[in-house]
Design a protein around this ligand. Structure first.
Ligand SMILES: C[S@@+](CC[C@H](N)C(=O)[O-])C[C@H]1O[C@@H](n2cnc3c(N)ncnc32)[C@H](O)[C@@H]1O
Length: 184
């Protein structure tokens, strides 16, 4: 019994260290969006989903998968992609997705800043100010040659400094958190 308890304690400590380390690297913990934020994100996705430039839905930092899995279930006709650097949350979300048999969901354990983000997509994020700045630089460099805006960005809580949102939903929560919709 003592051996099993010791193994479980060591595993729990390793998991905690992995999550703390990854949070330090990415600048944010894998904390999921609140229910109200998720509902607002779905409202915005539904508002633009019939646009031809909204073929793929991408969660930039998919954490434990709570948002990306719901997106894949709600929009089975869309390809949904999640990028996540933190190994434990990524692995947990992968296991849940496999158990649910979500064929339209791809979960990648990699940095979205190094990835080719699809055009004709809805990008979704819940990051932090420095993360938004890095994402903004990436989006500006990707759209430098394009004459037509072909991506949407839905951001939970944090704004882009170089763009004006098409729409903003103010959540009815303690912080009156904004959810922004941008055309990139
Ligand atoms: C606050 S959580 C949001 C989880 C989920 N998107 C949601 O809204 O419920 C942010 C996640 O982004 C991940 N992340 C931050 N920067 C990243 C990067 N450059 N590449 C991949 N994942 C990143 C973090 O590891 C964290 O799990």
């Amino acid at each position: 019994m003592l051996v099993i308890e010791s193994i479980l304690i060591v595993l729990a400590v390793l998991v905690a260290i992995s999550i703390v380390f990854s949070s330090a690297v990415t600048g944010i913990s894998p904390m999921p969006s609140s229910k109200k934020a998720r509902e607002a994100v779905f409202q915005l996705v539904t508002a633009v989903r019939d646009d031809t430039s909204a073929k793929t839905i991408v969660d930039l930092g998919s954490g434990w998968g709570s948002l990306v899995i719901r997106l894949a279930k709600t929009y089975p006709d869309r390809q949904v992609v999640g990028y996540e650097l933190s190994p434990i949350p990524w692995f947990v979300s992968l296991c849940i997705a496999k158990c649910l048999g979500l064929d339209n969901l791809t979960l990648k354990r990699r940095d979205y800043l190094d990835a080719d983000l699809p055009v004709d997509s809805i990008l979704i994020c819940y990051l932090h100010p420095e993360g938004m700045k890095a994402l903004e630089d990436k989006l500006l460099s990707m759209s430098a040659d394009a004459d037509v805006a072909r991506r949407y960005l839905i951001s939970n809580n944090f704004a882009l400094s170089s763009h004006t949102p098409q729409k903003t939903i103010q959540l009815d929560d303690f912080y009156q958190s904004p959810i922004y919709l941008y055309r990139i």
